[in-house]
Design a protein around this ligand. Sequence first.
Ligand SMILES: Cc1cc2nc3c(=O)[nH]c(=O)nc-3n(C[C@H](O)[C@H](O)[C@H](O)COP(=O)(O)OP(=O)(O)OC[C@H]3O[C@@H](n4cnc5c(N)ncnc54)[C@H](O)[C@@H]3O)c2cc1C
Length: 469
Amino acid sequence: MTYHDLVQDLRRALPDGTVLTDPDLRRGHQRDEAHLCPAGTPAVVVRPRDTAQVAAAVRVAAAHRTPVVPQGARTGLAGGANTPEGAVALSLTAMDRILELDPVNRIAVVQAGVVNRTLAAAATAHGLRFPPDPSSWESCTIGGNVATNAGGMRCVKYGVTRHHVLGLEVVLADGRVLRTGRRTPKGVAGYDLTRLFVGSEGTLGVITEATLALRPAAAEPLTLVAVFDTTSAAGAAVSAIAAAGCTPSLLELVDRTHLAAIEAYRPMGLRTDAAALLIAAVDTGPRAADDLAQVEQQCVRAGASEVYAATDATEAEALLAARRLAYHGMEHAAAAAFPDGNGGVIVDDVAVPRTTLAPVLDGIADIAAAHRVTVGVVAHAGDGNLHPNIVVDRSDPDSVAAGRAVFDEIMRLCLSVGGTSTGEHGVGSLKRDWLATELGPVGVQVHRAVKLALDPENLLNPDKVLPTR
Ligand SMILES: Cc1cc2nc3c(=O)[nH]c(=O)nc-3n(C[C@H](O)[C@H](O)[C@H](O)COP(=O)(O)OP(=O)(O)OC[C@H]3O[C@@H](n4cnc5c(N)ncnc54)[C@H](O)[C@@H]3O)c2cc1C
């Protein structure tokens, strides 16, 4: 069967306007935001509006033995949504309805294409919130968040996406529709299939609907900033804050490289003379002032040269807005650092035990210096989740090779201290080899057995997470 047959069969099975073949549009759906990950042009972009249309598209693709890559907003940073040449790009962005928001049972039922910010606004209107808040929250979708088990700045206290998914609707590789989980806060019936699909990165099924647990919205938090002369001292402060039993609702680290990049991208008066800033917040409540004082004390003991509290909610929000600009700031700085805007960023994402943060931060600096490569670090530090962002000249093979060597050494370092190869961005195509190292042979076999049981023809997002045998 030919490309022409595939498109014709999809058009027969789906309503007008759902099957798109415009070359520019197809090229636009090749990849996510990760630099240096392979991608080909999809044969067709399918934009379904409901679950039945997703199932129909998957059935036609299966009949043509054509790979299907589920896509949300393509803000991913691991190449997970990148398409192989000739695949079906299955974009869920038109499935953007909040189907139910029940403030008494504190749940939301949403289609996969609902944008994180849209759900946040709807929950806020009922005095509730959906805690996972990736910095891309203004555009990323709930389907993408579930498929990558996304984290964010406020996950240090309330947990990541996994902790807020009660149930899912999933279209399987043969077009059957599976419902997992439940609507109740408690429930243990059957295997936990919901968790199997959370973080499966589009390789086991297409998520079409999610039932999500909401929490009461916290009142405006109290926020402080601690200034450090070394990044490792900031790391040591994070360990000390945890050891003292504090539970901040946010604990973020921004290093000098990122402070300079953010300030150059959008001037905000950040302390670019600091080696690192820690931004901490505690939820408002009877203990808030004491909690914040404890955090401050631990920062000072760990060597903070200055600690100041945000004067009001506007200043606190400005600090978070600056932190959210870290990635785009670095992209901008990297582009400017090399001729013709060829600079790029290999975004890394590792998680280590909090107690190892200080030596790991020193280790990353040593690796960068040894290879003479610029590496900036931002971190959801309270979770031990680091983003070492590696600057390379994409037009220079030697620079790219040096960047990749730095990437590999950072991975090795983090695994050696009991860490993991990805804290929140997922494996995609960027980290397949490192996942195999982390899982070990038996872990790889079990992963392959699960994939084979659910997708025997290897049609759903093939070659992601683990390479096809
Ligand atoms: C500036 C910036 C900041 C970011 N900050 C964070 C952060 O703080 N925390 C964090 O965790 N991530 C962050 N990210 C990464 C990214 O935003 C998240 O991984 C997000 O969850 C991806 O959502 P998406 O809708 O863009 O999914 P996509 O990028 O389109 O897809 C991501 C993966 O999920 C799969 N997928 C998407 N939708 C579905 C579906 N309906 N069913 C099955 N599989 C699906 C895709 O195949 C792919 O493997 C950031 C990215 C950027 C650009």
